[in-house]
Design a protein. Structure first.
Length: 707
């Protein structure tokens, strides 16, 4: 059978009591239906296709994980989860059998049923692109499985069906509900001057934990506030930052994180701060633990960075507090920022988390072991936090860009609430007590543009920006900046006196702007397209569209643009050069890129998803050199100019030296207790670096009531 046609022809597969529906990515035994997360679905398909073979662990590494190496524990966990989900009252026997020291096999003879109307069916799933299939295991000895190469059929089938299933089953916030305009009433809950951060509401909604740095102090203490009485308990020490992580399911224990310049630890303490204050385990920047919850007795789940050794990639992990055993329960793709823990609902035994793709944010629900994973919706804005309101059965969150409250009904599986708050106030973190009452922080940062003199290493303020501003570009008498306007972003001209004018460029989900001085061109980067304008007339001269989403874009010269594009399945990124003269797109072999630009006439460069700067021959694409970057303190950013490459991790700025013993030369360090570097840009006309900087400011803890 033709391998590509096979991926289009399968209607269902019957094995034992189960029926697999590839399109819906679920199994059904006549009584219960279970949805399969992508990894388990791929495993099951692989065993079905190769049901007459013994599958070795190396086969799974090569053909299911599609990696050069996978930890044995990861394979064991996946096989355990697959066996667990294949057991039911109707199917109690073995489905996947273990062969000692050999591997695994599918124990039941599957019955594969095909679509009758093949031509009609084949049009429902777009044909896969041949370039998406990469065979990595050419050097090792070929087994019978590899000679037939059924894994190629499986990969095409699995990836096509996963994308088609998500298209059908998930809802987008863009499929709007009715928007209600709501007045609000604010009440300040804490009058002590300082900086408030990291709100975490107990599951019984009686206690609020947060971090607080008093005025004139550089370090955050831990505070637990009783919402009924207003009484507060504090825990802190000089030189240590304290951050709440999450609560036990009965709200009697608070888990928290401490951080010094030398180490990071996870602790627990009783809610009354009287007992059980003890260290649980250590964490670091590779393995940075962020936000979680107790899951039953002696177990917590949390988001943890360092997945696949990428410091900006998070995955969900579960830890047994008695044994210290930790295992991963989510598997984000490498071309993303990974998974952010949101909340645990004990009465439903489900975890909600945000999956941050490069171009969109997805809301997922899963069980405590990472099984039965379901995507609920997509959002262009971040879902920073989320709470469950049992009375209304709503998942509640707040979009602090649009000042909109969203409510998602778990029973109806759809968005049912969208309240636009009548306020111009900027907010940060939040927690919902119920659908009409929010504990929220006023915005704790001020945005500035600074210039850094590379000779004197002196930093000076150039201009203050409004909250949420992006991508400032300096001209002689003004700046161009991406700013907020209602629910969209616009390109705004701001003079040195702070006077602003919105340019006649379509508003929307603008991610960045870039400028090319030779031909006076302005590039406007939207989520799914690039528009190129002649700046003096604002006439549109070209446009580049994308299906999967555009990660980043740069002018390579006056007639060429380099950009990074996501595949439509968001599994990998592709790098391209676009000619403004011929309007031709040329692929460039810079794999897993986040950013693509030019160093000089002979060298192109990229920032990869595994935190490396890579240099390429501009004509042949040959890899010339690579530089491993330090861990991000805030975020990675790159600037090129004057023949040099500059990198910022959010706290430090480095110059990459192509010669010499030290490839990364630290040239500047900002006070990380007060500032964070969002982005850097080289000012060709001045020979300086332009820094987009967030400065910490005093804020307030507020009770916000929706009227």
């Amino acid at each position: 059978m033709n391998e590509v046609r096979f991926s289009r022809q399968v209607k269902e597969v019957k094995f034992g009591a189960w029926t697999l529906d590839p399109r819906q990515q679920c199994i059904y035994d006549g009584c219960i239906q279970r949805e399969l997360e992508p990894l388990l679905f791929r495993l099951l398909c692989y065993f079905i296709i190769n049901n007459d073979q013994i599958i070795t662990r190396q086969d799974l590494v090569d053909d299911v994980w599609c990696q050069k190496y996978v930890d044995d524990n990861a394979i064991n966990r996946a096989m355990s989860e697959l066996r667990k989900i294949l057991k039911s009252d109707m199917q109690k026997g073995i489905v996947v059998k273990t062969h000692y020291r050999k591997g695994y096999s599918f124990f039941i003879e599957p019955e594969i049923i095909y679509h009758q109307d093949l031509d009609k069916e084949s049009t429902s799933i777009p044909p896969p692109k041949p370039k998406s299939v990469v065979i990595e295991s050419q050097e090792r000895k070929k087994s019978n499985i590899k000679q037939f190469r059924p894994w190629a059929v499986f990969c095409v089938l699995a990836l096509s069906v996963v994308s088609f299933y998500f298209l059908l089953s998930s809802k987008s916030i863009q499929s709007r509900t009715q928007v209600n305009s709501k007045n609000i009433e604010e009440r300040v809950l804490s009058w002590v001057p300082g900086r408030y951060a990291v709100l975490n509401l107990s599951l019984d909604k009686k206690l609020l934990a947060f971090s607080f740095a008093p005025k004139d102090s550089s370090y955050y203490s831990l505070v637990v506030k009783e919402l009924e009485s207003g009484h507060e308990r504090r825990l802190g020490a000089e030189g240590v930052d304290y951050y709440p992580l999450g609560w036990s399911t009965d709200s009697s224990v608070l888990y928290y994180r401490t951080k010094t310049t030398e180490k990071c630890q996870i602790w627990q303490i009783s809610a009354d701060f009287v007992s059980e204050n003890k260290a649980l385990f250590e964490c670091d920047m590779i393995g940075f633990v962020h936000r979680g919850s107790g899951i039953g007795k002696d177990r917590i789940v949390y988001a943890k960075s360092g997945y696949r050794n990428r410091d900006e990639l998070f995955a969900l992990n579960s830890r047994n507090l008695k044994t210290g055993d930790e295992f991963q329960i989510s598997s984000p793709n490498l071309n993303s920022f990974g998974d952010n823990f949101l909340t645990y609902i004990p009465q439903k035994e489900v975890i909600l988390f945000e999956r941050r793709q490069y171009d969109v944010n997805e809301l997922y629900m899963t069980d405590p072991d990472g099984g039965n994973q379901v995507k609920l919706l997509e959002s262009n804005s971040r879902i920073w936090a989320l709470n469950y309101d049992a009375e209304s059965d709503l998942l509640l969150w707040f979009d602090n860009i649009k000042n909109v409250v969203y409510g998602y009904s778990l029973s109806e599986r759809k968005l049912v609430k969208e309240d636009k708050l009548n306020t111009s106030q900027s907010y940060a973190m939040f927690q919902f007590i119920n659908k009409d009452e929010i504990l929220i922080l006023s915005y704790p940062f001020t945005s500035y543009v600074h210039s850094l003199d590379l000779s004197t290493k002196q930093m000076g303020i150039e201009i203050q920006l409004s909250n949420g501003s992006l991508s400032p570009i300096k001209f002689k008498d003004y700046y161009l900046v991406v700013t907020k306007q209602n629910e969209n972003r616009v390109v705004t001209q701001i003079d040195k006196n702070g006077n602003s004018t919105v340019l006649d460029i379509p508003s929307g989900d603008i991610r960045a702007i870039k400028y090319e001085s030779e031909n006076n061109l302005l590039l406007v980067h939207y989520r799914n397209k690039l528009d190129i304008y002649k700046l003096e007339t604002l006439s549109l001269i070209d446009s580049i569209s994308s299906v999967g989403g555009i990660v980043s874009a740069e002018f390579l010269n006056g007639s060429e643009i380099g950009y990074v594009d996501l595949s439509d399945k968001k599994v990998k990124s592709n790098t391209y050069k676009y000619s403004l003269q011929s309007r031709e797109v040329t692929p460039f072999p810079a794999l897993s890129s986040l950013w693509f630009g030019r160093l000089d006439d002979d060298i192109l460069m990229s920032l990869s998803s595994d935190d490396k700067v890579l240099l390429y021959n501009s004509l042949s694409g040959e890899l010339l050199d690579e530089y491993k970057l330090p861990n991000a303190r805030y975020k990675h950013s790159i600037a090129v100019g004057g023949g040099s490459i500059y990198h910022s991790d959010g706290e430090h700025i480095y110059r990459i030296n192509r010669t010499g013993d030290d490839p990364l030369e630290e040239i500047f360090k900002i006070d990380s207790l007060q500032y964070a570097i969002k982005d850097i840009r080289y000012l060709e006309s001045e020979g300086k670096l332009q820094l987009s900087v967030l400065e910490a400011a005093e804020n307030q803890l507020i009770n916000l009531s929706i009227q």
